[in-house]
Design a protein around this ligand. Structure first.
Ligand code: FAD
Length: 497
């Protein structure tokens, strides 16, 4: 074994981002790094952020995290998608599931066959051809058997941080409790030399990871990286959050219910439910928003509701000098598609892959920053899509969304889908073609034309093929256990993890 001098990594902040970063770096880079995490119990964490997307599973697998242990420790449930309610019109409902669709070939994707069938008078909802969609509707789930379901998790953020902390500490990460009061810079480079704590202790390091949340103590305050404000595109700027007692068996989906100035989430966990009301304070008074949330929850509140304010946008340079920001300090786009935890995971994965053993290098930083910027911009466009494609005109908020000038790339996507039913996953896109498809159709965007290859199928064959797929999916869903039963079996050790 060759000798290495470990790189000293200091993680500032112990929320979800901080512990994901500390755990992944310590576990994956072993003796190549010395990881110290500084957090303040007095300040606490944001305490929301409990829905994920399927990439969380890949990240856990990559870091050898046992699924059963994770589900047990964090009160997690399984998630097959998001149910959107009242988005295009009040009373509407659709699911953006994590699944794919049957019947595709190299010439045309599923929607073209489905649209052809609809043209011929066969009017089955598109979700009937997607296993995850149907399982979500039926409240069924299993991680066993074939075809395997594509899924993510709902998790308790506080418990998740504690779970990750145990793994991080087992892998050598050190935790320091204390309040960061200042930063000492290196005199020549301006890089960070040490964090200065309120009691005078100094934590020196080579690389600093800013996970201090919206405060952005290092990347913003100490390193002066500015913030690009995206609120012209996404008007919401606040949320009330409250946890309630669980009053139903947890469905394997997140609910996102639009109201006249934003939307409301409902995230089911094993032991409680997370609720929140996201709103634009230009259109809804915070006191009224609070009343609205408290008036619509079911289940007894476990605490007082908390108000969280935010500014949509991103840090101009997420990695500047020897300081890299992950989590809320790096930027924030509202949680409609549960993307923030993913961005932390992908950010630290890339940091591990591009780790600056020889000191922070401009070319590496530029590459990391470009990729992180692109990811967040793509997420932003996907979120804007949900607001832009509304027919609601029952409030000033929705009229603003409908009339919004949107980024060119998004306008092009909407135009392509309208004219030719084309949906795609561009390079660097987080969301798959099926995601764009489900949201565009769910928001009532109607294609005027589609690929006509389905018309070449002999009479009755298209209908027969679709019916065969639908019946196979329905039969498979019937064989799946109820989500709650599956969790109980998993925790009792009778289902595979
Ligand atoms: P925080 O949780 O705020 O942690 C900051 C840490 O820094 C804390 O430990 C704090 O003590 C420490 N700290 C700060 N200042 C100091 C100091 N001076 N000295 C010492 N320590 C300090 N993401 C999803 O993926 N899915 C969701 O469903 C989702 N829902 C969300 C809903 C809302 C309303 C919001 C605002 C965000 C949501 N997010 C969601 C985002 C998610 O919450 C965050 O990405 C995630 O929790 C990471 O937060 P963080 O660790 O960056 O910040």
């Amino acid at each position: 074994m060759s000798d290495v001098t470990p790189t000293r990594v200091v993680v500032a902040g112990g929320g979800t981002a901080g512990w994901i970063a500390a755990m992944a770096l310590a576990r994956q880079l072993g003796r190549l790094v010395d990881v110290t995490l500084v957090e303040s119990d007095d300040i606490g964490t944001i305490g929301v952020g409990e829905a994920t997307i399927p990439t969380a599973r890949s990240f856990h697998e990559f870091l050898r995290i046992d699924e059963r242990a994770f589900v047990e420790a964090t009160g997690a449930t399984f998630k097959l998608g998001i149910q959107f309610e009242n988005w295009a019109r009040p009373g509407d409902q659709y699911i953006h599931s994590f699944g794919t669709f049957a019947l595709q070939n190299w010439v045309a994707d599923f929607q073209h066959f489905w649209l052809e069938a609809r043209h011929a008078g066969i009017d089955t909802p598109m979700g009937a051809y997607c296993l995850e969609h149907e399982a979500a509707l039926a409240g069924r789930f299993s991680n066993e058997g074939k075809p395997a379901l594509s899924y993510a998790y709902h998790l308790d953020a506080g418990r998740y941080a504690a779970f990750l902390r145990t793994i991080a500490e087992t892998n050598g990460a050190q935790r320091v409790e204390g309040r960061i009061a200042d930063v000492r810079h290196q005199p020549e480079s301006g890089d960070i030399a040490a964090l200065v704590l309120e009691d005078g202790r100094e934590i020196e390091g080579d690389l600093f990871v800013d996970c201090t949340g919206f405060r952005a103590l290092l990347i913003g305050q100490a390193m002066g990286s500015g913030y690009d404000d995206w609120s012209e595109w996404l008007a919401t700027d606040a949320a009330w959050a409250v946890q309630t007692e669980t009053d139903e068996a947890p469905p394997p989906l997140t609910r996102a219910i639009a109201h006249d100035a934003g939307w409301q989430w409902r995230i089911p966990l094993q032991h409680r439910t997370g609720n929140g009301l996201v709103f634009a304070s230009d259109y809804l008074d915070p006191d009224k928003a609070r009343d609205r949330l408290m008036g619509s929850i079911t289940g007894r509140p476990r605490s007082e509701p908390r108000l969280i304010r935010y500014k949509t946008g991103k840090r101009q340079q997420m990695w500047r000098g020897n300081c890299l920001a992950l989590g809320l300090s790096s930027g924030f786009v509202e949680p409609l598609e549960s993307t923030s935890i993913h961005l932390v995971m992908i950010g630290v994965t890339r940091l591990i892959q591009m780790f600056p053993f020889a000191g922070s290098d401009q070319a590496v930083r530029d590459r990391w920053n470009t990729m992180a910027d692109t990811e967040l911009e793509k997420v932003r466009d996907f979120i804007i899509l949900h607001y832009k494609l509304t027919e609601r005109d029952d409030s000033a908020f929705w009229r603003r969304c409908r009339d919004l000038a949107i980024p060119d790339s998004l306008r092009h996507r909407i135009a392509s889908f309208t004219s030719s039913a084309q949906a795609w996953q561009a390079p660097d896109d987080l969301f798959r073609a099926e995601s764009w498809l489900q949201v565009m159709l769910g928001q009532r965007l109607q294609p005027e034309h589609w690929h006509r290859i389905g018309a070449l199928m002999s009479e009755g064959r298209l209908e027969g093929e679709l019916e065969r797929q639908r019946a196979a999916i329905a039969a498979h869903v019937d064989r799946l256990p109820k989500h709650q039963d599956f969790i109980e079996r998993l925790l009792s050790g009778k289902a595979q993890a």
